[in-house]
Design a protein around this ligand. Sequence first.
Ligand code: DOR
Ligand code: ZN
Length: 475
Amino acid sequence: MSDTVDLVINGGTIVSPDSRYSASIAIKDGLIHAIGAPEAMPPARQTLDASGLYILPGAIDVHVHFRDPGYPQKEDFASGTAAAAFGGVTTVFDMPNTLPTIDTPEALADKHTIASSKAYVDYGLYAVLGEDSIEHVPGLIEGGIIGFKLYMGNTFGRIPSPTTGAMLEAFEVVAPTGKRISLHAETNSIMERRESRLRASGRTEAIAHLDARPAVVAVEAVARAAILAEWTGARIHVLHISSAAELRPLAEAKARGVDITGETCPHYLLLSEHDYETFGGVIRVNPPVREATNRQPLWDALMDGTVDVIATDHAPHAPEEKTRPDIWTVDCGFPGVETQMPLMLTEVNRGRATLEDYVRWSAENPAKIWGLYPRKGTLTVGSDADIAIVDINREWTIDDAKIQSRSKISPWQGRKATALPIHTLVRGRFVMKDRVLQEDARGSGRSVHAIQQMPPATPRNTDTTMAAITSRSER
Ligand code: DOR
Ligand code: ZN
């Protein structure tokens, strides 16, 4: 029959950013074909009973590090995207601090080859915007990226942070392209100076990492980046907001009309300085987990829209790289792509936010900010059938040994959760079903750059850009 669909999901409760309702979903050719009463569904080749479960748009995690190529002992594109599938995440944006660094069209092309052969879920690739890659901006966009990543501060991979002069020029070059620049907003000179003094003073315990990077490190960076974005008209996204103090320059820039968005991560919402003693170097991450007083303001900022997105900064490392006694030699970061949805929905169950709020932060807003909406980030007729089917009444305990990521060490070890993704579909295809990885889906993930449609660019002060002044012969 020509109107037979591939799959009908019955019995679940569909969650959108403004409501939840019981309905069936019909999927055909990877798209949502119909939503409605069970009796109104067309005939289907396959059906799924989702009674008692919630049906969410798959999460879009705009900040993961899958380490491929370069560090297979930490993660690769297959293990990282398998972890995503188990976490109800249907699209990831992968960071460019791999080996080699993704800052040339050649390195980008190689990474596309790797990702397309291994990915279980859809993905976007970031390219570095640095002092030496400004000239490659057109070639990198041509090669297919979701956006640029600019490291204002040093972290894993030691990608040099550009000077403010180079940053201004980079923003001038990217502004007319309409691409968004995601910022690691920590000012290098402040934290390097403090770290070297701390090392010289002999401090090696875990919480010395927080002392090296007080919130002003991030506040100064966010404020400076916002000024350059306002001047050039470049779009920016502030990654991993960790402190209450950063919210002010972010909110003020939004009020001035700067195209700036923000993200925070579960570890800044749920952990605090008290966890350093328990977890030691395992909790070392950039920016650091901070004083407990930062947490409620971050929740409030999500609620009022100052912070737009929940992402994870999934940063896998091997156990021996996380457990060295001297904190300065411990690799920064830990896995998160697989536990974000369970952890956040556990907070929803506690009444901290609604399911609708969660869907806005994890799916709708990321899709809108990076020009993927409404193909992604929503469950509506005509959208990609990217779906997380979740049990929000399931008590379980996070066990690092059992996660898909190769990085079997995190500060989530032993934490109780009350929600669990049961099935994950990407463009209508099961990638995880009944908590089992669908091995035949390996290599079915696709780069989303091809469907990205950013709004028209709005470059500003174009008469004073580096390109304008150097091509001018006289004045
Ligand atoms: O802790 C971190 N680890 N922060 C980052 O920004 C990078 C990441 C990594 O790549 O390990
Ligand atoms: Zn990161």
